[in-house]
Design a protein around this ligand. Structure first.
Ligand code: BEZ
Length: 217
């Protein structure tokens, strides 16, 4: 009998789905998701402009901006504040801290994009977006989502690490183990037949057993 289950997230984008299209007012003018075709995109939301944790995050995102670009990756921020508020905040960051924010920020005043992407988690805040990260690939497919609460800033190393891991998986048809870093051994995908399971034990991989084999790239 086919098992029936209730979907938890009807209407919300899930990993592997095409990322929802949008046309947005941003600090760099109007931008659409399709403008990012051919590049990876890290789209993130923050709760509000002129708040302390968000300011530290904007500095940290700026610090990894070049590293993101080396990975063919663009950065796009979003909150439900107005474009005037975004402009005033990025000017204030430049004036007080000498840091120029190099990426656009969506002003989602109507919350249309935030709602479509599931960025508002009412148990945390009914009005602000939580700290979401959506990683979208060059074909527009949503490949990863990470969520943080309002109180805690994100880890930029993990964003770069995950991008490296996903790009390595795509290029080499492999998986990556926990805490993987570029240069570490990768996981050979599990065999799908008994014959493949037997073969892999003789292929020179570093195997714990037939289901857990690693190799160096
Ligand atoms: C902050 O960025 O500092 C912050 C924003 C919203 C709620 C709590 C903290």
């Amino acid at each position: 009998m086919e098992e029936e289950f209730e979907c938890c997230c009807e209407g919300l984008p899930l990993i592997g789905d095409p990322a929802p299209e949008f046309e947005a007012v941003t600090t760099f003018g109007t931008l659409r998701l399709e403008d990012y075709r051919g590049s990876w995109l890290v789209m993130f939301s923050h709760p509000a402009d002129f708040t302390p944790v968000c300011t530290t995050e904007f500095i940290a995102f700026t610090e990894i901006y070049e590293e993101l670009n080396k990975r063919n990756t663009e950065l796009l921020g979003l909150s439900v504040d107005s474009v005037s508020s975004h402009i005033a905040w990025v000017r204030n960051i430049e004036e007080k801290l000498g840091i120029k924010i190099p990426f656009p920020i969506i002003a989602d005043l109507t919350r249309e994009i935030a709602t479509r992407y599931g960025m508002i988690h009412p148990g945390e805040s009914k009005t602000e977006t939580v700290r979401c990260i959506f990683i979208i690939d060059p074909e527009g497919i949503l490949r990863a989502m990470i969520y943080y609460p309002l109180t805690n800033g994100r880890n930029m190393d993990e964003i770069l690490r995950l991008l490296d891991a996903m790009q390595t998986s795509d290029e080499n048809k492999v998986a990556t183990p926990a805490n993987w870093r570029p240069g570490d051994a990768v996981v050979v995908p599990p065999p799908s037949t008994q014959e493949m399971a037997e073969e892999r034990m003789t292929e020179g991989y570093e195997c714990v057993d037939w289901y857990l084999c690693k190799k160096n790239l």
